[in-house]
Design a protein around this ligand. Structure first.
Ligand SMILES: [Zn+2]
Length: 559
């Protein structure tokens, strides 16, 4: 039987007292409905006409706190416009701090919504989920999971609600904007970290709580299909491959199967047609760069799921689809908590071991390209009509017909490196620059300073050309560089910054510091003043050097 979005929790049904179950499902499986008591989200209270304001979200959370002792509110960050972004911590018992989880069999799972504040169903669904867990006498999931929820990550964007935002979206009446209070796209900020939201995410969620899994909730654009839920895994091939293959080949297929069987909700890997005029060319995911939050998490040896709910489904269908997806994910995490914890520990161990004595075969991938995965994807789509736009214009008009059609397509989601360079034992940065040190430490990296000068044989990258982008992007003219590697002996002064690769985040360190990285600090202009000095013509050597052989380096850790 073709998958359909057959049955949704009947949220209108209200019975006094306890959690109730809908036993009318075709599959005969009970499904939790919201309790009769407890606050309603704005979406529920308006029959899915409206979405929550910041004040609505905070009032909902305060109501929950009056009803349960198992929820605490921490501050993820304070936004540019001065709003405190709430981070809900839900646990049984509530851990006082992350240290309390050290000898605990529970894993931390982090759900994030509203990073793009026009894409709002995750905000509603995550609040409903928090309520339905806390007010269920059985307290589902909490034996194995400490739940962290940021329901309104981009609070400033949320408050710029307008009917004109995301006009193609099928409800609610008004939604927020994509950017934050600094006009930045937070889902492009994971590497450069210029927003309080992303800085807060790293400091107060990732470093503080070390969640095994992050789920980032969005809404799609562009493609047409029946599936209300689409998803992706970390895509960057410079992350630990075990994380990528586990998520792609085991975890997400299992989550999607649960979503179908238990929650009767269709899903498909996220994508767009490569060519609307010729669908057979395939289905293509988004980019591999770790500026995208879910890809960034993969570089940190942790698991991440991108949730993209289908733009053209009505708001209720999107909220409930997202809700069911989140429950399917928690179902999986509860059942596989030990396996997930082991996966993360093993990835950290591998990364540290590699850094202690890197071999020639330990490499960093460059010139990343995408190819089709061995498995095709099945999309329950529609026939598409493409017509030239009236009066010309570069893009044709793309129209969805009502004729349903199932496409079985190659899925372009296998990113791979066409070229590699060796990974070092350490990166050395002979700069007296607190901003660079702070940028690195902001990611949670261990950074040291040489306590005495050292003469070392290193590899330098001599820049030949730096091209700044003509178009501004996220407030930057991003750099593209050309150069040559050269071995040299060099004295590094006392105070030189040292980033050793024997640390769990060294895949991230390499992505930030490799000269030819496509999303590193050099791209994002952090080294501009050093590579093209005042009065100077041309460009100089990139001030980050690679030390290949393990060395005893007298250095102190910055903290
Ligand atoms: Zn989005």
């Amino acid at each position: 039987m073709r998958l359909t979005f057959r049955r949704l929790p009947a949220f209108a049904v209200l019975l006094a007292g306890f959690l109730v179950f809908d036993v009318s499902s075709a599959a005969g499986r009970p499904q939790a409905l919201p309790p009769a008591s407890g606050p309603k989200t704005t979406a529920e209270a308006t029959a899915y006409a409206a979405t929550s304001t910041y004040a609505d979200v905070m009032a909902f959370i305060r109501e929950l706190q009056k009803l349960s002792p198992l929820i605490r509110v921490e501050t993820l960050c304070t936004t540019a416009e001065g709003r405190a972004v709430p981070l809900l911590v839900i646990g049984k018992p509530l851990p006082q701090d992350p240290l309390a989880l050290r000898a605990d069999k529970r894993i931390a799972v982090y759900l994030q919504a509203n990073i793009h504040a026009g894409e709002v169903e995750g905000k509603e669904a995550s609040l409903m989920l928090a309520r339905n867990i806390l007010l269920d006498p059985k307290l589902p999931y909490l034996d194995r999971i400490v739940l962290l929820i940021a329901p309104i990550f981009n609070a400033d964007g949320n408050e710029k609600m307008n009917a004109d935002n995301r006009r193609g979206q099928n409800g609610p009446e008004k939604a927020g904007v994509r950017h934050n209070g600094q006009n930045l796209d937070l889902n492009r900020d994971a590497m450069k970290q210029e927003s309080p939201e992303i800085q807060g995410l790293v400091r107060n969620v990732l470093v503080r709580w070390d969640p095994i899994l992050l789920v980032d909730c969005h809404t799609t654009d562009g493609s047409f299909h029946e599936e209300p839920v689409t998803y992706s895994w970390p895509l960057c091939p410079d992350g630990d491959p075990a994380i990528i293959t586990y998520m792609r080949d085991r975890m997400l297929p299992a989550v999607a199967a649960t979503l179908d069987k238990k929650y009767h909700t269709m899903s498909v890997p996220y994508g767009d047609p490569r060519d609307f005029r010729d669908m057979d060319k395939g289905w293509q995911t988004f980019g591999h760069q770790p500026r995208f939050v879910t890809n960034y998490i993969g570089l940190r040896n942790r698991l991440a799921i991108l949730d993209e709910n289908y733009n053209y489904a009505d708001f209720r269908t999107r909220v409930l689809g997202c809700y069911n997806f989140l429950e399917s994910i928690l179902d999986y995490c509860e059942l596989h908590a030990d396996e997930l914890a082991r996966l993360a520990v093993d990835a950290d161990q591998r990364t540290i071991q590699r850094g202690l004595a890197p071999r020639e075969t330990d490499t960093f991938g460059l010139d990343i390209d995408v190819r089709a995965l061995p498995e095709k994807v099945t999309i329950h789509g529609y026939e598409i009509e493409v017509t030239p736009r009236e009066g010309g214009g570069p893009f044709p008009e793309i129209k969805r017909t009502d004729r349903k059609r199932t496409y079985v397509l190659p899925y372009f989601a296998d990113f791979y490196a066409k070229r590699t360079v060796r990974l070092p034992y350490a990166y050395l940065i002979p700069l007296f620059d607190d901003d660079i040190a702070a940028k690195l430490r902001g990611h949670g990296l261990a950074v040291e300073k040489l306590t005495e000068a050292a003469t070392l044989e290193v590899e330098a990258f001599r820049l030949k050309d730096v091209k700044a982008a003509e178009r501004l992007y996220q407030g930057h003219r991003t750099n593209q560089v050309k150069g040559e590697y050269a071995v040299e002996k060099r004295e590094f002064p006392r105070g030189t910054l040292v980033v050793r690769m024997a640390q769990p985040l060294s895949n991230l360190a390499a992505y930030l510091l490799e000269p030819e990285s496509d999303d590193g600090l050099l791209v994002w202009n952090a080294f501009d003043r050093y590579i093209a000095r005042e009065w100077g013509r041309g460009v100089e050597t990139y001030p980050v050097y690679k030390l290949y052989t393990a060395q005893n380096l007298p250095a102190d850790r910055l903290d």
